[in-house]
Design a protein around this ligand. Structure first.
Ligand code: NAD
Length: 480
């Protein structure tokens, strides 16, 4: 069977390479190649820039209300094609259909709707200065680059393009080389919705194409999602032309459970914050600090529910709630961390090995894994694993657990479970993290700004403030 072959999406259509440089995409649940993709060559890259300039000349001159109308049409199309798009995400990432069909496209569409609706409310200001006055305009930045990770491919493309486009910018987006199809389908939908050609172009390839974007002098801003170390390279490269950057990077987030917490809810949060999307979520609460008074009950419920409720298998089957990791090398990396945990003295309570479910025996699965007897200095408690590996630690003292929770270079997310609302806020206010939950974990609606402290990032995605990151202020003095 001939497999599909995708090209970059430039100026409202697919544009083939002149070079024969291609790569393949594998379904992580089967280990089979599912399609081939061009790496954008110089001709395509130049076309992407030329087209973006033309797109900007049209799009930036439209009123926010006109832009809103087109973006909302794209939102309707995304929702109409939810199931087709969700299936693409399942096959590219290995995540369960159960999740992708109700989260990935839905949250992407919600974010475009949110920014489309608020962009027309962006206002400048004016003030009298003596007998004269000045006024300000909020103007778009120009061509923005979006560079995505592989865990939420379509959602990331929506989260980056939504504020950029709503504010009148254009975007050249580079999806992860592991999962490029979702962004291409988004580009098709934008065109179908009436987006002028060149407003959303997709270039394809690995880090070299990302580097080309971050280094390009015609690009005004880079919004990046990926690993901390890649983020550092992106920033260094963006400095060459003083681009502004948004960085959505990794985490090693604490989830703190006090002894007055609703244990069932806290167990649900620990499972969600470690095993949802088979642990491949940046905000995961992988360091679970449990108060010693409730430790035995917590562990008993946690292990029992993990063993009873998690169904690993073919991600397209409706009952599957735990899928495959993105690739063989990533599976090996996660298993390597598990070996390190055992070697450094943590107790393996459950999981700790690769899985070969009957209906997906060639996939890159790793069993949901829980370690106890962990200490703060263990590798599994310090480094981002990005897989289904939970480390449970104990504590007795509030001040001590806050200090331990903050003892990391990262600061993406944090969660606190307690019935004492005063303590909940007191603790959350001391935690060095940008995305926090009290008696909840993981929810991230379009209205809520998300982003990290410390090495976990710069700037925010979602929420009204993000729109301002995609505009610049022009002040105009008028002499009378
Ligand atoms: P990655 O850093 O390996 O790759 C991310 C993207 O950067 C890919 O598109 C890749 O091709 C590109 N890239 C690689 N080298 C580059 C370079 N030198 N210049 C420009 N672009 C380059 O990350 P990944 O493995 O795809 O994703 C997993 C990571 O993403 C995890 O660390 C996770 O925590 C993080 N993540 C963060 C968030 C967030 O919102 N904070 C969300 C999802 C994932």
């Amino acid at each position: 069977m001939t497999l599909p072959h995708y090209h970059s999406y430039i100026h409202g259509q697919y544009l083939a390479n002149e070079s024969r440089d291609t790569f393949s995409v594998t379904n992580p649940a089967t280990g089979e190649i599912i399609y081939h993709v061009d790496t954008s060559d110089e001709k395509v890259q130049q076309a992407a820039i030329d087209s973006a300039k033309q797109g900007f000349a049209i799009w930036s001159q439209m009123s926010a209300v006109e832009r809103n109308r087109i973006l909302l049409k794209a939102v309707s199309l995304l929702r109409e094609h939810n199931d087709t798009l969700a299936e693409i995400e399942v096959k590219d990432t290995g995540k369960p259909w159960q999740e992708a069909s109700v989260v990935d496209v839905v949250t992407g569409a919600d974010t475009i709707e949110f920014f489309a609706n608020i962009a027309s409310a962006l206002e400048g200001s004016q003030q009298q200065v003596g007998g004269d006055f000045y006024y300000t305009r909020r103007e778009p930045l120009g061509i923005c680059a979006g560079i995505g990770a592989w865990n939420y491919p379509l959602q990331i493309a929506c989260w980056k393009s939504a504020p950029a486009l709503a504010a009148g910018n254009v975007m050249i987006f580079k999806p992860s080389e592991e999962t490029p199809l979702g962004a291409l389908k988004l580009a098709e939908i934008f065109t179908q919705a009436g987006l002028p050609d060149g407003v959303f172009n997709v270039v394809l390839g690995d880090g070299k194409i990302g580097q080309w974007l971050t280094n390009h002098p015609d690009i005004a801003k880079v919004s990046f999602t990926g690993e901390v170390n890649t983020g550092k390279k992106v920033m260094a490269s963006a400095a060459s032309s003083l681009k502004s950057v948004t960085m959505e990077l990794g985490g090693k987030s604490p989830l703190i459970i006090f002894d007055d917490a609703d244990i069932d809810n806290a167990v649900s949060a620990a499972m969600l914050g470690n095993f949802y999307t088979q642990g491949e979520i940046c905000t995961n609460g992988t360091r679970v600090f449990v108060h010693e008074n409730i430790y035995p009950q917590f562990i008993e419920k946690l292990v029992q529910r993990t063993n009873d409720n998690i169904i690993c298998g073919d991600p397209m089957q409706p009952e599957t709630n735990f899928g495959a990791l993105i690739s063989k090398p990533h599976q090996e990396k996660v298993l390597g961390y598990i070996s390190k945990g055992i070697e450094e003295g943590a107790t393996l309570l459950t999981g700790g090995h690769a899985l070969q479910p009957d209906n997906a025996s060639n996939g890159y699965f790793v069993a949901p894994t829980i370690f106890t007897d962990c200490s703060d200095d263990m590798t599994i408690c310090r480094e981002e694993i990005f897989g289904p590996v939970m480390s449970v630690l104990t504590f007795t003292d509030e001040e001590d657990v806050v200090a331990r929770a903050n003892d990391t270079k990262m600061g993406l997310a944090a969660g606190v479970f307690t019935q004492d609302i005063t303590r909940a806020h007191r603790v959350i206010h001391q935690l060095q993290a940008g995305i926090c939950w009290i008696n909840a974990y993981g929810a991230s609606p379009a209205e809520m700004p998300v982003g990290g402290y410390k090495l976990s990032g710069i700037g925010r995605e979602n929420g009204t403030e993000t729109l301002k990151h995609y505009t610049q202020t022009k002040a105009i003095y008028v002499g009378l």
